[in-house]
Ligand binder design. Structure first.
Ligand code: SAH
Ligand code: SF4
Length: 385
C-alpha cells in the first residue's frame, strides 16, 4: 500500500490548523505559531520552527509538509509591475501580477488554471478549463510575492497591501479553496490584510455569492460588462444561467450582510462597437440606480485570438461622463504591465485544456495561438529559482 499523503500546512486556514492540533492533543495556539513561521517568516521546513518542541516537530514531520507551487519565470515591466508564471500540481501554469502604486501594492492572483466560462472577450476563457488551484497554490502566490519582493524581511514594510482575485479563473467556481486562502490572507498571524483590501471578482455565480456570506466578509467586484440580459448573454454565457436581476439581488444581499459602508465594484470592460455606446451607459446608470456601487471601466485589452477592439479614449470619456453625471463614482482602469502581457484579460499561462476549447481555436487560428501574450515585448528577466 502506498504511503498516506502528507497534509500541506501551507494551505490550511487557522480554523483547520487549530483542528489539526486539537486532534494531536496539542494546544490550538500552535496553529498561530506555525502560520507565523510559514506566512510571516517564509519557512518551508518544519524543523526551522524553533519555538515548537523537537518532539512535536518530529510528529509534524511524520504527517505533514510545507509545499508551495514553483515559480518558473519572472517578468518585469517598464512601469515597475512584475509578472510571475507559477507551475501548479496539475501541470498547468498560471500567472500572477504585482502592481505597485503610490501608497499601495496590489497583487492580482489566479484561482484556476484556465476557466470554463468562456466570456467572449477574455484570453483565459479561450483556453478552456484545466484545474482548480489548491488553497496552498492560491495563498502560495501571495507567499511568493513576499519572498520575491522583500524576502520576508520583517524589518521591511510588506509589499502587498491589496489582493484582487482577478487573475486566471472564476474564484467562485473553486469556492472552498478560495475561501481558505482568503481567510489566511486576512489572519493576523499570517498576512493580516484587511477585509477591505481583499477583493473577489466574479462573473456572477449567483448560488456561490449567496453562500459567501457564511464564509467571508471580503470585498466584492462584479464583472457586469453589459446593461441588459440580451447583450450580456452574448458576451458572457453564464448570464443565461444567472441573469442580471438575480445577480444584482445576490450582490445586494451580500453587501447587506457585511454591516459596513462598503459598496461593490461593478467592472465594465468597454469593447468597441459592442457595449460602449452612449445608450449602454444610460441604460447602465438606470440599471444600477438601486445598488450603491462604484463603477470601474476597463478599456478592452487586446490579445491575439480576439477580433474585438479597444474603444477610443474619447468614447471611454463619453461613457464615463454619462455615468458621472448620473451620480456614480467612476474610475477608468489604466492599463498596467501591458508590455509583459499582464493586463486584465491577457493572462494565459499554459494550460492543458480539458474542454478542448483551445484546440477548436487552434484550428480556427492556427498561427496566432503559437505566440501567447507572455512572449510579447518582454522587458526582462527569466529568473531561475
Ligand atoms: N473570473 C473572474 C475574475 C478574473 S477576470 C471575473 O470574470 O470577474 C478579471 C477581470 O478582467 C474581469 O472583470 C474580466 O471581465 C476582465 N477582463 C477579462 N478579459 C479582459 C480583456 N480582454 N480586457 C479587459 N478586461 C478583461
Ligand atoms: Fe473566466 Fe472571468 Fe475570463 Fe469570464 S472573464 S472567462 S469568468 S476568467
Amino acid at each position: 500500500m502506498g504511503e498516506l499523503k502528507k497534509i500541506n500546512l501551507a494551505g490550511l486556514s487557522r480554523h483547520k490548523l487549530r483542528a489539526m492540533f486539537e486532534k494531536l492533543d496539542e494546544k490550538p495556539f500552535r496553529a498561530d505559531q506555525v502560520m507565523k513561521w510559514i506566512h510571516q517568516r517564509g519557512a518551508t521546513e518544519i524543523n526551522s520552527m524553533t519555538d515548537i518542541s523537537k518532539s512535536l516537530r518530529g510528529r509534524l514531520i511524520e504527517i505533514s509538509e510545507i509545499l508551495l507551487p514553483r515559480i518558473l519565470t519572472s517578468f518585469s515591466s517598464s512601469d515597475g509591475s512584475h509578472k510571475w508564471i507559477v507551475q501548479v500540481e496539475s501541470g498547468s501554469k498560471v500567472e500572477m501580477v504585482y502592481i505597485p502604486e503610490s501608497g499601495r501594492g496590489t497583487l492580482c492572483i489566479s484561482s484556476q488554471a484556465g476557466c470554463s466560462l468562456d466570456c467572449s472577450f477574455c484570453a483565459t476563457g479561450k483556453q478552456g478549463f484545466n484545474s482548480n488551484l489548491s488553497a496552498a497554490e492560491i495563498i502560495g502566490q501571495l507567499w511568493w510575492a513576499n519572498k520575491k519582493l522583500t524576502g520576508f524581511n520583517e524589518m521591511k514594510e510588506r509589499p502587498v497591501s491589496n489582493v484582487v482575485m482577478m487573475g486566471m479563473g472564476e474564484p467562485l467556481l473553486n469556492f472552498d479553496n478560495v475561501m481558505d486562502a482568503i481567510s489566511i490572507m486576512m489572519e493576523d498571524c499570517a498576512y493580516g490584510l484587511s477585509k477591505r483590501k481583499v477583493t473577489i471578482s466574479t462573473s456572477g455565480v449567483v448560488p456561490a455569492i449567496e453562500k459567501m456570506r457564511g464564509f467571508t466578509d471580503a470585498s466584492l467586484a462584479i464583472s457586469l460588462h453589459a446593461p441588459n440580459d440580451e447583450l450580456r448573454s452574448q458576451i458572457m454565457p453564464i448570464n443565461k444561467k444567472y441573469p442580471i436581476e438575480q445577480l444584482l439581488r445576490s450582490v445586494k444581499d451580500y453587501m447587506a450582510s457585511l454591516n459596513d459602508k462598503r459598496v461593490p465594484v461593478i467592472e465594465y470592460t468597454l469593447i468597441k462597437g459592442v457595449n460602449d455606446h452612449r445608450q449602454h451607459a444610460r441604460d447602465l446608470a438606470e440599471l444600477l440606480k438601486s445598488l450603491p456601487c462604484k463603477i470601474n471601466l476597463i478599456p478592452f485589452n487586446t490579445f491575439s485570438l480576439s477580433n474585438y477592439e479597444r474603444p477610443s479614449n474619447s468614447s471611454v470619456s463619453n461613457f464615463r461622463k454619462i455615468l458621472k453625471d448620473a451620480g456614480y463614482t467612476v474610475t477608468v482602469r489604466t492599463t498596467r504591465a501591458d508590455d509583459i502581457g499582464a493586463a486584465c484579460g491577457q493572462l494565459v499561462g499554459d494550460v492543458a485544456d480539458q474542454t478542448s476549447r483551445s484546440t477548436r481555436y487552434k484550428k480556427r487560428f492556427p498561427r496566432e495561438i503559437q505566440s501567447s501574450n507572455i512572449d510579447r515585448n518582454l522587458v526582462a528577466l527569466a529568473e531561475k529559482m
